[in-house]
Each structure stands twice: as C-alpha cells, then as structure tokens.
Design a protein around this ligand. Structure first.
Ligand code: PLP
Ligand code: COI
Length: 347
C-alpha cells in the first residue's frame, strides 16, 4: 500500500496514519503489545490525565536511507528520557527494550507513510504515556497507557533550513526554577500556547525563554534547545530547566568532529549580541537558524526594546549549514554513521 502524500510539501502535522501501537499498565504489569487501527482510546472521565495533566511524550524520527535501509535515530536516548520523565511524574514506564520495540512496530506497521529517499521527509514517531487512573487525590498511581503513533513529517516551519525570527517574551516564563522544565511533560507545552499565539500573530516563528528566576540567562526555545556560534565555538546553555535535547547532544559531537570547541554553560542574555549565528535544534526543527531575536517587554504590545541580528530573513550562516548537512547526511545514510546513532532492525 502506498499513501498519496506530496512528500515535498509536508509540514509537521497530526496526520492520521494506519496503526497505533499500545500497551496498558495495570495491576503491576504491561499488557501484551497491541496494534490498533481505530485511532480512539477509552478513558474514565476521572482519569489523571484530564484533571492533573499526568502525561508525557517523546519525539524521534525514522528515515528511509540512501541505500533503501530504514533507521530510527537514537531511540535508546528517547527511551531513557521517557523513563526519567515518567519517574518525575510517578508513572510506570516501559523498559528500554519495550519502548524501542514499540517504535519499531510503529514504523513497520505504517511503512507507506515513510517517504521514499530523496524528499527530505521522515516519519515522526510520537510515543505517549498517559495517566489513566480515575482519582481526585494528588497522588501518583501506577496505571497508564503507552501508545506509539506516527505522522509523516517534512519541515516544522514550512521550509527546510531557512532562518526565521524569534522573540523573548518579557511577560511569560516557561519553567519554574527547580520545576518541570527538563522533563518532557505535556503541561510544559500547555504554558506556551498563549505566548505562541501572540508571537505568531506578529510574525515570529519561535519563543526564546530566559531563566525564570533572574531572567539573565538564555534557557531554550518553546520547541527546541538554543545554540550560538562564536568563532570556532558551539555554545549551548547549561540549565536545570531545559529539556536535555538528543539533537543538541548529537550536534555537540558533530561540532567536535568538525574541530569546534563545545561550551555547555550558562549563556548570559547579553551574549546574544556576540554570536555570529544562533539557532534552535530538536527532532522536529532539526536545526533552525534565527534571522533575529527581539526582546519584547510585553509580548502582545508593539514595543521591541532590543533586537539581536544574525542572518537576513531566510538565509543561513556557514556553521549552521555545515552542522545541518552533517546531521541530516547521517540520518539519511549519505554520510558515514561513525558514532552508531542509526538504529537498524529490519533485514
Ligand atoms: N526543547 C524542547 C522544549 C523540546 O520540545 C524539544 C523537542 O523534543 C527539544 C528541546 C529538542 O529535543 P530533541 O532534540 O530530543 O528532540
Ligand atoms: C520534538 O522535536 O520531538 C518535539 O517534541 C517538539 C514539539 C513539541 C514541537
């Protein structure tokens, strides 16, 4: 079966594919892995997820490579991150083996939605862990559904490797100090919907958040980690409140492989003026260079108090181009995977 999809114009949307892979955790164990094509779950209206947002997710991609092989990119890292997040929420979590197996099954059972090689499109895999237990009390309870779904994915911002604008909102924060910012819980994203609405209305593709306690340091974008390029250095924030990005981890190694110095440390807001290039990195956005980053004391108001300029709109600097080409080249099997990041399981 082949899906009638225009692979070259794909964005990043909740496209309904064929099969969702799932398992329930109840009474101390996971149920046998199921495949469903119905695309609907049954929940008790008192389920934890509806009232207390007990829910977390992951995001990773499958690629059809140049030689026809299919790979998942670093799924073991996503499994480990979900385990960390589930622990934070007091939820049961699938083992690494079960997590990876269900991602593999999701790809295998939706193969017609994975773009042929040559279109810069992939299959985005979305593992989701949702608290099912009906309750009023604010206590963890080990009952959950783990579902792995997918969607064909092209470019997150509507075009591949093109710079876009970001804004630092003076009146919104993403994560509290010592809060949940470094975990991939749905509730972290809920808090970004309103500021994203204001940002998009004004032509900004991204929100760049500062650390909430002092607002003196760069944390991360709403959808991705921050990195800046200064001479031969790749600089990225060290902060307890940012999601440990697997793409960022990968890019740090890629930068080292290019002979660049990697600095993971607090990044003062003022330093935004010193970077030659700045961008976001993540599974969905891959690498997205910023054309400029504005500071707006009140996001919904017109005043821009400061602007940091990098690339003319749409253009991309040399370091971002080099990093992007290397990571995407490895993902599509065009360049040698010297670090063993591509996971193969099919013959
Ligand atoms: N930061 C946030 C807030 C994200 O949602 C994501 C996306 O997953 C990332 C960073 C990048 O993480 P990764 O590279 O593991 O996708
Ligand atoms: C991803 O890149 O996998 C994400 O989860 C980002 C998404 C929240 C936009």
């Amino acid at each position: 079966m082949s899906a009638s999809i225009n692979w070259d114009t794909l964005g990043f949307d909740a496209y309904r594919t064929r099969t969702v892979i799932l398992s329930h955790y109840k009474d101390g164990q996971w149920s046998p892995i199921e495949k469903t094509e119905t695309f609907s779950f049954t929940f008790d209206p008192f389920a934890q997820v509806f009232h207390y947002a007990i829910s977390c997710f992951e995001g990773l991609k499958a690629f059809r490579q140049k030689d026809g092989r299919i790979s998942l990119f670093r799924p073991d890292q996503n499994a480990a991150r979900m385990a960390r997040t589930a622990d934070y929420l007091g939820m049961p979590c699938p083992s690494k083996e079960m997590f990876v197996k269900m991602c593999e099954l999701c790809v295998e059972n939706n193969l017609e939605f994975l773009a042929p090689y040559g279109h810069k499109a992939s299959l985005y895999i979305r593992p989701l862990l949702v608290g099912m237990h009906p309750q009023m009390q604010l206590v963890p309870y080990p009952e959950a559904i783990f579902a792995v779904m997918c969607a064909p994915a092209g470019s997150y911002y509507g075009a591949h490797l093109r710079s876009c604008a970001a804004v630092i909102p003076g009146d919104f924060d993403r994560a509290a100090p010592k809060g949940s910012g470094s975990y991939k819980i749905g509730a972290n994203y809920a808090a970004t919907f309103r500021p994203y609405k204001y940002a998009h209305e004004q032509g900004y593709a991204e929100l760049l958040y500062l650390n909430s306690s002092t607002r003196e340091f760069v944390d991360e974008f709403g959808s991705s980690n921050f990195f800046g390029i200064k001479g031969n250095k790749y600089v990225t924030p060290l902060s307890d409140s940012v999601l440990p990005s697997i793409t960022n981890l990968t890019l740090q190694q890629v930068a080292r492989d290019f002979g660049m110095e990697v600095e993971k440390r607090p990044v003062p807001l003022e330093e935004l003026a010193e970077f030659e290039e700045a961008g976001g990195c993540g599974t969905a956005v891959v690498i997205t260079p910023m054309s400029h980053i504005d500071i707006k004391p009140v996001l919904a108001e017109p005043l821009v108090s400061r602007s940091f300029r990098y690339e003319p709109d749409g253009q991309v600097g040399p370091a971002c181009t080099k990093l992007y080409n290397r990571i995407v080249g490895i993902q599509f099997g065009e360049l040698e995977d010297t670090h063993g990041w591509c996971h193969y399981w099919l013959d």
